[in-house]
Design a protein around this ligand. Structure first.
Ligand code: GLA
Length: 387
């Protein structure tokens, strides 16, 4: 079977005369620490072996030529005319725009890209699109940005044209991920450490609900606003900088009456999730997967009931997982409103788990779920180009 990397390369060679450089930019999973990256919390993501392949070469004619194989769409734009557009175009153009904002002289390039991250699955194909192009441009322009600076550039890019006020988790995992390891990232300071992903006979399985509710970015930004509103009230009353400084839920309770119910619930979730992630990070090196798994279920509960970013389909998948004694933890993953659940499943029970969950899901929603056994991978990188 011809690899996706080879297909991208071939397509580039059919379309342009120059010889490209090839890059791979991964998607990510997140074990725990959901919707807290933009709340100065902690997250535990890892880069995975699914992602976006990019073939890129300079053309020096002050034009950008993109071909998205997944959308089967071309985009040609003069560097001088870069502006906000729509869909995938916003993600690539916004990355180029960030290099322009830094004062780099973009002389034009040709680019073909394609990915194997299922769309809307919550594995952050957007960060993979941004990261691959940013990495390529950093090399092409000799911009000298390190990986953390590139992650921050990609985050700014996502805020700018696509107007999703995301946190740093996805872009950080995309650049800094390492095979067989998970990150523990402090999203306030960018301090991070790596843990070996040794799951003692268990594996991570993603179940794709295949639902992707509309208005996701709008709802995402609304959650962020609710948190900002709540934090402003708390900062006024308590001597704190961020949610992590509140270590007792009672401190929040005192100010409940001054907040709307939705704002209060978001604050409660964030405070609890920050504490949960710290606890979970301590369980992992102790090989205490059982306790780790319980915290994942608690996260789901919070995301569903308090933060309100789950949906019927995801709740159903997590409930099913809970009933299976070979699953020690499950929850929705990523931004929410659809996408995947992440499950920690006993290795020999995986085929049965997938079969049962798929069958019941099909019966309930008439949707064929997809399952992926996750393999972690290194962050965005150059690949060898085959002749
Ligand atoms: C999306 C965002 C991330 C993060 C997650 C939720 O993936 O891009 O920054 O907020 O949602 O944890």
């Amino acid at each position: 079977m011809i690899s996706l990397a080879a297909t991208v390369l071939q397509r580039f060679r059919e379309s342009f005369t120059s010889e490209p450089t090839l890059y791979f930019s991964p998607g990510r999973i997140n074990l725990i620490g959901e919707h807290v990256d933009y709340n100065d919390g902690f997250v535990m993501p890892a880069a995975i072996d699914k992602g976006i392949y990019y073939a890129v070469a300079a053309n020096n004619n002050k034009e950008l030529h993109f071909y998205s194989m997944d959308f089967d769409e071309w985009l040609t734009v003069a560097v001088a005319d870069i502006k906000k557009m729509n869909n995938w175009k916003n993600y690539v153009l916004s990355v180029v725009n960030e290099f322009l904002l830094l004062g780099h002289d973009v002389k034009g390039f040709d680019c073909v890209f394609a990915g194997d991250i299922p769309r809307g699955s919550g594995m952050s194909s957007s960060a993979a699109v941004e990261g691959g192009l940013a990495f390529a441009l950093n090399e092409m322009l000799d911009a000298g940005l390190n990986r953390v600076q590139l992650a921050l550039l990609c985050q700014r890019a996502e805020h700018n044209f696509p107007h999703v006020n995301c946190g740093i988790m996805d872009q950080f995992a995309n650049m800094m991920g390492r095979q067989d390891e998970v990150l523990l990232l402090d999203c306030k300071t960018m301090e991070h450490q790596y843990f070996p992903l040794q799951l003692q006979g268990y594996k991570i399985v993603l179940i794709n609900s295949k639902v992707h509710h509309t208005l996701v970015s709008g709802e995402y930004n609304i959650r962020r606003q609710r948190c900002e509103e709540g934090l402003a009230i708390l900062k006024n009353q308590l001597n704190i900088q961020s949610f992590r400084d509140i270590t007792r839920v009672e401190d929040l309770m005192q100010y409940k009456s001054g907040m709307t119910e939705k704002v209060f619930n978001c604050c409660l979730y964030v405070i609890e999730e920050i504490a949960r992630t710290k606890k979970a990070a301590a369980f992992l090196p102790q090989d205490n997967l059982i306790e780790f798994g319980k915290l994942m279920y608690a996260t789901h509960e919070g995301l569903s009931k308090l933060y309100e970013v789950s949906c019927t389909e995801l709740d159903f998948l997590v409930e099913l997982a809970k009933k299976d004694s070979h699953v020690i933890g499950a929850r929705m993953m990523g931004g929410g409103f659809g996408g995947c659940t992440i499950n920690i499943v006993k290795e020999e029970a995986i085929p049965r788990f997938i079969e049962t969950i798929s069958k019941e899901y099909l019966q309930q929603f008439d949707i064929v779920a997809e399952a992926y056994v996750v393999a972690t991978a290194d962050g965005t990188r150059k690949l060898p180009v085959t002749p």
